[in-house]
Design a protein around this ligand. Sequence first.
Ligand code: GLY
Length: 352
Amino acid sequence: MNSIEVKTGSSAYQVRIGRGLLDSLSAELESALQGQKRPSTIAVVTESNVAPLHLATAVEALRPFGARILQHVFPAGETSKNLDTVTGILNFLAENHVTRSDLVVALGGGVTGDIAGFAAAIYLRGIRVAQIPTTLLAAIDSSVGGKTGVDLPAGKNLCGAFWQPSLVLCDPDLLTTLPIKVLHDGVAEAIKYGVIGDRPLFDLLATRNLDDHLEEVIAQCVASKSAIVARDEFDRGDRALLNFGHTFAHAIEKCSDFTIPHGRAVGIGMVMISQLAYQQGWTREACAPAIAAALQRYGLPTATDFTSVQLMPYLLGDKKRSGNKLTLVIPETIGHCVLKTIAVEELQDILA
Ligand code: GLY
């Protein structure tokens, strides 16, 4: 069992990681909410793929807590990550008279955590949320750090709020029901943590068997994220490092109409920006081959057929754009990335 604290200016909470931990959900909540008002209603929000696998277990695990338990299931998929789905959750909470002292439990992958977290952030101007990730991607990234939100037609994650959870409970046993392709989609984000600041993690992922090290990998990624979030909760500085590969990734996801999943797109994005950085002389070390080799171990793609002309409108819509400047994350070496701000026109010229 690993327990990692995430401490921000406004909150502190535990990310608890351990096999079989879902069964102890009530006790974990008791401990996380100690000294706070006790929720009398807990609303579990999940999606249609996760519900048949884990909803009943989560609800049973909540029974000892003694609260009224509500369940809300929305259709699975990135296309649900919109304001309509959030409205559905808000109406569900309101119709069931959920109050300020109650709790939302987000049970699922990144889409569920982002949507349910956002609904919790704005319902009654904010109620508490606990995150229970069921994908590797959610476990190591989106469930931790308080970024919540939805996509808009113009791009990914363009509408949202920072809303830190009260608890993140990560049970790696939940990941065993994942199709191997979905599990490996999350590995791209783990490789990202290795490249931005953890060479031993990168080497582990590039050479060892993931199954033997799953809990360790999750814990190392969460520890890295916790340190970054503690320094820069609101993404005004080096939290941007977590976006390594994401500028291209979001454009690829959008261009593919989300048929290319996030992790795969992040893998391609990491290789693209690493190649670009080396070709432009922004870095002296060619990191792309090592990153591509690590991705290929997990059957992850390393290139896209989309042209720069196709990607460009979405690159320009990137939410990390500030005025006519875009901040890119550049690997100087495996284990160390830096931020580079360039004019949008420069990127357009390079890609042209
Ligand atoms: N997923 C990137 C971040 O939390 O900042």
